[in-house]
Design a protein around this ligand. Sequence first.
Ligand SMILES: N[C@@H](CCC(=O)N[C@@H](CS)C(=O)NCC(=O)O)C(=O)O
Length: 215
Amino acid sequence: MSTDLTLYESKASPNARRVRIFLAEKGIELSTRLVDLGAKEQFSDAYVAINPRRQVPALVLEDGTTIGEVPAIWRYIEEAYPQTPALLGTTPQQKALVAMWERRAELDGFAAVMEGVRNAVAGLKGRALSGPHAYEQIPDIVERSKLRVANFFADFNDRLKQVPFVAGDAFSVADITTLVTIDFAGGGMKMTIPADCDALQRWYEKVSARPSSKA
Ligand SMILES: N[C@@H](CCC(=O)N[C@@H](CS)C(=O)NCC(=O)O)C(=O)O
């Protein structure tokens, strides 16, 4: 299905990948504009006029409204295209469980990896947090980030001993954030799923085999 929406994104951005996988699962195609984060294009006047937060992804609607923040972009698309597979749950209970597990994946996993990467990478000096404000790195925090990521692996391994997908019986955005977190940890922190996390490894191989994981 094609739409009149425009997605501003970057292939280097794990947050943008959370949206790309979501769109691939739903079979939705939209026009995309690449923002070159390496060249600091997010700070250009043209992009700041689109998203004053100076971040990707950003979804621009037909009337020019910009939606930032990954969960808000997911929410808009899920509600605007209800005929596509539901990824935020269907019943009140499922919706709450998807929101709960996705938030845990983001806060305990994704944010921990982001913290570990942004406080370590030389090219991000003075940019420890994305967005409109400049923050210096805190190199000493990286050891704690590694501990947080190790605990995320163990906690999500325990969860996936009990259920086939992170939020329960169905694939959802909770799986998308968990998958992107694991790939980001491998690429950005050289931290991979520990050998004793069998359930997490099995789940990872299963979701990585979905065509959407290539997005
Ligand atoms: N909370 C935002 C985070 C977006 C974000 O941090 N995006 C990064 C790319 S993964 C970015 O735009 N970085 C620009 C920069 O570092 O200046 C969301 O959910 O979309």
